[in-house]
Design a protein around this ligand. Sequence first.
Ligand code: ATP
Ligand code: MG
Length: 509
Amino acid sequence: MVPALKYLEAIRSWIFSLEGKFILAAAFSISVIATTSGYFIIHREEVLYKTDAMHQLHALADVSRLMLTNIMVYNEIGAIDNQDLKDYLIYFTINLTERDSRVVSAMVLDNDGTVIANSRLSEHESFHTDDFFNSAMQQLIPVTHETSIGKEEVIILTTPLNISTKKWGALRLVYSKNELNHLIYNLRKEILIIVCIVLVLSLIMIKIVARHLSKPVVALTRMMDGIHSYSDLELEVHFIKRRDELGKLQNSFSWLIKRLQESDREREKAVEKLVQNEKLVALGFLSSGVAHEINNPLGGIMICFQNLLKSVAKTPDNDTLVFAIEDGLRKIKGIVAQLLDFSRSSSTQTKPVQLNDLISRLLLLLRHDIQKRKIEVSLGLSEHLPMVVCDENKIFQVFMNLVINAMQSMEHGGILTISTCCEVGACRISFSDTGEGILPENMPFIFDPFFTTKATGVGTGLGLSVSRGIIEQHDGRFTVESTPGQGATFTIILPDVSTATTEHGVLTQ
Ligand SMILES: Nc1ncnc2c1ncn2[C@@H]1O[C@H](COP(=O)(O)OP(=O)(O)OP(=O)(O)O)[C@@H](O)[C@H]1O
Ligand SMILES: [Mg+2]
């Protein structure tokens, strides 16, 4: 873009920004207020100055009038002759202009308007009748009017020289407005400077306040602009703490972002779960079909095998073969049972169960395997564990899967720690081992059906998947933590559905 256009664009966007609008509006208001109040102050002071000047002029005229009428009365009664009177009047007018520099000239006029004494000696005998002179003589009051002589602005005051209706003429004072105008000019200059200083200071203040106010809003806007997708919500929101409405806005924004982040995470989890569920449903159908298809012929095979056994001679070779066939059939039966569990086609019967007892029974059942693998069992069973309403067989199966997994992970011995405890509203059962642990890359898949890291024939990869299904049927949760090479901890959290509050029955599937 051309630099000039860029510059114009920057100005345009500043004008339409919050800060720009605020500064312009405030600057406009302050300028209007400052100039109008400056104008009114100047006007008022001008009036006061003029009134004061007029008062002074009238006072001077009044005193002069008194003195002149006195001298004229003396002349009237013959105390002084006409020449003395004239000399005195000339002296008086000159004296007036000398004593007060604002009096440009002073003159005494007779009743016809002829100048009989003038401070400006050259204009002695001129004729000075005008409307102001006539008005003053008729109404017998001082009359003022403003005019200019050459370039000089003046106020001319004409006051009649009379005692009651007896008139001797008039005194005319020409009063210069120079001093008054100078005072007014200085006043205007001072007020203008003050207005400018107030304006500049106000603009600086407005700029600071506008920046302070608009900063968080600008930050918010930038942040909002930066959010284009859900992943952008992960950005950390940092604000300077404020107590005003903007502070509240910041808090609300932070809260909103957190809520959005939470709901985004919840949404992701829900989508994940949905996909998982869909997979499980599909697999469930498949497994259920396969399991039922295998189960019936398997039953037949087992009966036939039992019958066949009756006619087979008992020799060491035959015994080995029979044991191998029986072991194989048991394994197939176990897998079919697990497949049926996975497809959740088996019903769930609930009753109050003491989980500690369930663990003791399990350890008793597996004691030979445990001893054979040189595994030490450490128990941390809570004595205050309440009875939990659950399907005893299924939970037993879950515990069995976890213990077998732990044993399989500790090929060369180790410690199996089983602990139970009850928290507010939930019972926690954890199984820790010191085995090989789970690799981080396998962690997301261990609950997937048919995921196994074990050799073919050792694991089908259904244990954890079935176990999670059972725990979810009980409205519980599974968590797993593991450090590769150090072991794994599987924790089950079952809701504390105590016997006092729940009726026994069949759990929903
Ligand atoms: N305690 C554990 N220590 C280390 N790895 C484990 C542990 N428990 C489970 N795993 C891992 O999780 C995978 C899945 O376990 P899961 O119980 O579902 O299947 P499996 O044990 O392989 O087979 P199955 O239980 O069906 O005989 C295992 O193959 C193993 O890699
Ligand atoms: Mg297993």
